[in-house]
Design a protein. Structure first.
Length: 242
């Protein structure tokens, strides 16, 4: 059963574990820490899942509603073939192309244009796009992004990834003819428990009563599949935290 209770600027959700309307969900980055949890959450709710990886052997889960396939999100022909027939495309990817250090060359940024172009060409039959973003694009105070004040000792590849997420959101916000959603986690984001509880917000970073900004990957996956089912944030970013 799905329960939603208004709580400040967001809501707390105790997510249902089953649904009467099965979706066909394709997940890019399905073997990753976030993607694998999204796959599990979708399967637990009765949805059909296509798990995409450049190496399908890395997807160890077996389920009668799960199909593991080989695919590359930065290859337009592969994307067009795989996303056809699905209701929702979930993207949880990282890395860069050809070893570039340019944030514009991050996989998530390049993939955004490929996916938008593919979905645009599909017209009314196109699935929704749900992008797993980062906390770097959230405001820590009005007009100031978390990405603007990264510590000097942070590794360059992490800086690149964070900036790539910012650029991806900037790009998606220019798109008005594709149904996209961008979901950002809290600052502290890692494996944990699935409680089914979370708050949702917009562009500002959430903090709890102890001044912490956090969410487990399990509850982030709950929020993402809630969005896949309910379409509450079409063509906008929303954030998730406790």
């Amino acid at each position: 059963m799905f329960l939603a209770v208004l709580a400040g600027v967001g809501f707390v959700s105790e997510a249902r574990l089953e649904t009467s309307d099965s979706l066909k969900v394709i997940v890019y980055g399905a073997s990753g820490r976030v993607g694998s949890r999204v796959v599990n959450e979708a399967l637990n709710r009765g949805h059909k899942v296509t798990a995409v990886s450049r190496d399908p052997g890395r997807i160890g889960k077996r389920h009668d509603r799960l199909t593991a396939v080989k695919g590359d999100i930065v290859e337009p022909e592969s994307v067009a073939t795989l996303v056809a027939g699905h209701d929702v495309v979930v993207v949880s990817v990282r890395g860069n192309v050809d070893g570039s250090k340019d944030p514009e060359k991050t996989v998530q940024r390049i993939a955004a244009e490929i996916l938008v172009g593919t979905l645009r060409d599909m017209g009314e039959s196109a699935p929704r796009l749900i992008y797993v973003g980062g906390a770097g694009s959230l405001e820590v105070k009005p007009g100031v992004l978390y990405a603007d004040g990264l510590p000097f000792f942070m590794p360059g590849f992490i800086r690149q990834e964070i900036r790539g997420h910012v650029l991806t959101l900037d790009y998606l916000r220019t798109i008005e003819d594709v149904k996209w959603t961008y979901i950002s986690p809290a600052k502290k984001f890692g494996p944990g428990k699935r409680t089914g509880n979370y708050r949702t917000g917009g562009d500002q970073m959430f903090f709890d009563e102890k001044g912490k900004s956090k969410i487990s990957m399990e509850d982030f996956a709950v929020a993402l599949i809630d969005e896949a089912e309910n379409s509450n944030h079409v063509r906008e970013r929303f954030s998730v935290a406790y």
